[in-house]
Design a protein around this ligand. Sequence first.
Ligand code: SF4
Length: 240
Amino acid sequence: MASSSSIEWTEATWNPVTGCTKISEGCRHCYAATMAKRLVAMENPRYKNGFNVTLHYDLIETPLRWKKPRRIFVNSMSDLFHKDVPLEFIQKVFVTMEKASWHTFQILTKRSDRLAELAPYLPWPQNVWQGVSVEDDRVIHRIDHLRTVPAKTRFLSIEPLIGPIENLDLEGIHWVIVGGESGAGARPMKEEWVRSIMQQCKDQDVAFFFKQWGGVQKHRHGRMLDGRTYDEYPNHLIPV
Ligand code: SF4
């Protein structure tokens, strides 16, 4: 499971794990679960277990075969720190990332407690960016967990943003992505919530990436804010 990606902030996806379970409100319209249903219907052999957590040992070394440097989103179809993914498997994924030093790997989890618990048992090469998803202020404790992780680059994916997030403490955080929910049943994102987060990033000198307004038909709403796009990256690593 490896392909180029249409996700605005990455270039490719790598899924050594597929399948997951919902853990918070941000999961309500999980894109991966919807996509997995389609792949099951297409009889894709990687999804013979449906959306149950499945480990693909044969894909662990795939990025080593990609010679051109890329930004790679790890487990777009799962959560690497799900309780059903054993530590020894996660360690193998990290060994590959360390060996594939020409790539940049972006990991995103909602299981920030398990991330913090396992972080001391993982190598943290400079090319691994670790992030947590934060959909509203009920789960901002995930940011505190992330701060304890010795990754060189730590980031937040605030998508789908479904409520205001004030008083964001961005100490030790290098990058913030914001986006609205998209697809059927998409919950609305208020412009004032986006502006507030953008201002908090500015005040705390953190790179801000505005991914999309979202909506049921997201292409109608685009990703412009004040007549421009915001495509900042952690500036100590990528010139923008
Ligand atoms: S953690 Fe991510 S992949 Fe897992 S159910 Fe929630 S949104 Fe889907």
